[in-house]
Write a protein that binds this ligand. Structure first.
Ligand code: PLP
Length: 412
């Protein structure tokens, strides 16, 4: 099946008892069973079934199966947020004393999380350019995970996933990819050697900005070595399902960061139009990037522009599509604010992957608590505006940016 057909039909099951064409919202906490024997079996993974929605729920299960198939994984665990998914993807395998290597242009919340993990004895080494040349010298006996995004937000640097995954595997380290900004429309990271894929499904998968959620997908390909990863001994009998079973029976369940059934329902519906939206979003982003490049005093960063440093990788990995985020530099913070104040269509909001165009000044918001060095590593300057493109008609967006740029010039 091709992409859009697969979104609708791959692992899709209508609700069997009624034939409802979308999986309904099972808004319920517990599931009753005919006997204590049955519940005992369910609790011990000896029979299929549902017991309690913190552990599993039919609406959530249906979403997990669809997204696992979409990303070509063997299974998925849905989480209450993208941050919960990032956290659990790591805490499922790490222990005190371990090290992680990560990109310095990661999503701000993830950078903060790595700071929080220091209190638990987990250290992160950051690299500015996520290349094998920079990563390899940092690998030690203690390195237990390599973590990155494929399109850094907002720096919009693109990672060559094939070369990084072969390096990671040479050292017996799993590669965890946060593919939120790339989306399954641009790439299936597992095809390029990613071992674990996470998404903040709050963004493009949901698509309408109406539910916070995240998901962890396992490729099932990584050979977990019991001498390095404690869980691999305990869950050995689950074979390639060891990583997911460890999450489901361990820290993910016990932290309680389950996805709410209603949010799983909204995501399943959003998922079905991912292809249509991404096609439009990538097209709009490219056309706006080209249009804004025509202004002498505006500097545009968008990976699918032919003069962009990452254009060759965009062609190689993403079929030439650049995703739905672009940034511009305006010369000063004052002008950036004035431009944003003069825009009529975009909303000023801290999100990406909405149907509406959103703009934000990252330096004074998402990165307000970051050091100057962290800001530069993330591609955030005082005059940077991040644009998360929407599905509006491109002519309306162009005209709106044109008049706002003109007015901001006069006001400056
Ligand atoms: C938004 C985002 C997250 C965090 O997701 P939430 O759903 O907001 O918790 C993680 N990674 C990336 C790349 C994101 O854009």
């Amino acid at each position: 099946m091709k992409f859009n057909t697969a979104l609708l039909h791959n692992n899709f099951q209508s609700e069997s008892s009624t034939g409802a064409t979308v999986m309904p919202v099972y808004q319920v906490s517990a599931f009753s069973h005919d006997s204590p024997e049955t519940l005992e079996k369910i609790f011990n993974n000896k029979a299929p079934g549902f017991a309690y929605s913190r552990i599993s729920n039919p609406t959530v299960d249906s979403f997990e199966k669809r997204i696992a198939a979409l990303e070509k994984g063997i299974g998925a665990v849905a989480c209450s947020s993208g941050m919960a998914a990032v956290t659990m993807s790591l805490l499922g395998i790490l222990k005190s004393g371990d090290e992680v290597i990560a990109g310095s242009s990661l999503f701000g919340g993830t950078i903060d999380l790595f700071g929080d993990l220091k209190a638990f004895g987990i250290t992160t080494k950051f690299v500015d350019d996520f290349t094998t040349e920079e990563i390899e010298p940092l690998i030690t006996e203690k390195t237990k995970a390599i973590f990155t995004e494929l399109i850094g937000n907002p720096r919009l640097d693109v990672v060559d996933i094939e070369s990084v995954s072969s390096l990671a595997h040479r050292y017996g380290i799993p590669l965890i990819i946060d593919s939120t900004t790339a989306t399954p429309y641009l790439i299936h990271p597992i095809d390029y050697g990613a071992d674990i894929v996470v998404h903040s499904t709050s963004k493009y998968i949901n698509g309408s900005g109406d539910a916070i959620s995240g998901v962890i997908i396992d490729s099932g390909n990584f050979k977990w070595d019991g001498t390095k990863y404690d869980f691999a001994v305990k869950y050995k009998k689950y074979g390639k399902y060891a990583y997911l079973t460890n999450l489901r029976n361990g820290i993910w369940r016990n932290v309680g960061c389950c996805l709410a059934p209603m949010n799983a329902f909204l995501n399943s519906i959003g998922l079905e139009t991912l292809g249509l939206r991404m096609e439009r979003l990538c097209d709009n982003a490219l056309r706006l990037a080209e249009f804004l490049s025509g202004f002498d005093d505006i500097e545009v960063n968008y990976p699918a522009l032919p003069d962009n440093k990452y254009y060759p990788l965009v062609r190689k990995q993403f079929k030439g599509k650049g995703g739905a985020i672009l940034t511009i530099r305006t010369g000063s913070k004052k002008r950036a604010f004035s431009l944003m104040n003069n825009l009529n269509i975009p909303l000023v909001a801290t999100n990406i992957g909405d149907v509406r165009t959103l703009v934000i000044h990252p330096s004074s918001t998402i990165y307000a608590h970051s050091s100057e060095q962290q800001k530069i590593s993330a591609g955030v300057y005082d005059d940077t505006i991040r644009i998360s493109i929407g599905i509006e008609d491109i002519d309306d967006l162009k005209e709106d940016f044109r008049q706002a740029i003109e007015k901001s010039k006069e006001e400056n």
